[in-house]
Design a protein around this ligand. Sequence first.
Ligand SMILES: NC(=O)c1ccc[n+]([C@@H]2O[C@H](COP(=O)([O-])OP(=O)(O)OC[C@H]3O[C@@H](n4cnc5c(N)ncnc54)[C@H](O)[C@@H]3O)[C@@H](O)[C@H]2O)c1
Length: 248
Amino acid sequence: MSEQGKVAFVTGASSGIGRATAQAFIRKGYAIAMVDRDEKAGREAEEELRPLGECMFIACDVSQDTAVEAAVAQTVSKWSRMDAAFNGAGIDGEGGMTADHAEAEFDRIVSINLKGVWLCMRHQIRQMLKQGGGTIVNCASTAGLVGTKGMVAYVAAKHGVVGLTKAAALEYARENIRVNAVCPGMINTPMWQRSISDEMTAQLLEGDPIGRLGLPGEIAEAVVWLCGPESSFANGTVMPVDGGFTAQ
Ligand SMILES: NC(=O)c1ccc[n+]([C@@H]2O[C@H](COP(=O)([O-])OP(=O)(O)OC[C@H]3O[C@@H](n4cnc5c(N)ncnc54)[C@H](O)[C@@H]3O)[C@@H](O)[C@H]2O)c1
C-alpha cells in the first residue's frame, strides 16, 4: 500500500538504521524529515534519497528541547503535518560496569538515548493531537529487554525507552495515536563497526540463533509496518527484531 501524501519524521537519519528507515519510508511514498546532529552525513543521505521523493535534512541534537521543537515546527511548516515518527537517534557511548561507569558518560547516554526519545515524543505528540492522530515508533534494543554486562547506562536507557513507549501508548490510544517500539538485535551499522571488532563479532555470533548480523533495512521494514495502516491494532507493542536472540 502506498502512503503517498503522508509525512514521516526520522531521527538518526544520517546513518545506519535511521538512514535505512528514511529510505524505506520514502519508497512507500512518505515525505521525510531527516533529523540528525551529523550534518555532513545527513546532507549526503538527503542527496541520495532526493531522486526517490520529497525529503529535507534538519540538523538537530535530540537531547536539546528547543532544537527538537524547532525540527518538528520546520517539518510541519513545510508539509503541514506529521503522520509518522521514528525515534532512532542514539549512541552506544563508553560502556562500564555498574560500580565503575563514568558519571558524566552515564548522563550523556541517558540524555540522548532516553531523554532524547521523550523530548521527540512530546513535540511529535503535540502535533499529532492537533491533527487528529499519528504513529510513533521508538528504537529500543534487545538491551531494552534483557540485561547485558558492561554497559549499564545503555541498558538502563533502552529499558527506559520501552517504558516511555508503553506509557505513551496508553495515554494517547483514544486520541488515535499509536506508540510502539522496535528492539533491534545485533545490526551491521556504522555504530556496530565502530565499537565491535570482527573477532568479537564472530564470538558473539557463535551462540546466536540465526548466526549472522542483521541489516539496517531489516529493522526499517518493521518500523514502516508499525507506522503504517497495516498495523492498525498494534499499540504499546515492543517488537524484537533480533534473529531470535531474545527467544533463547
Ligand atoms: N546497531 C545495533 O546493533 C543496534 C542494536 C540495537 C539498537 N540499536 C539502536 O539503533 C539506533 C540506531 O543505531 P545505529 O546502529 O544505526 O547507529 P549509527 O551510529 O549508525 O546511527 C546513529 C545516528 O544517530 C545520530 N545521533 C546520535 N546522537 C544524536 C543526537 N544527540 N541528536 C541527533 N542525532 C544523533 C548519529 O549522528 C547517527 O547518525 C540507536 O538508537 C541504537 O541504540 C542499534
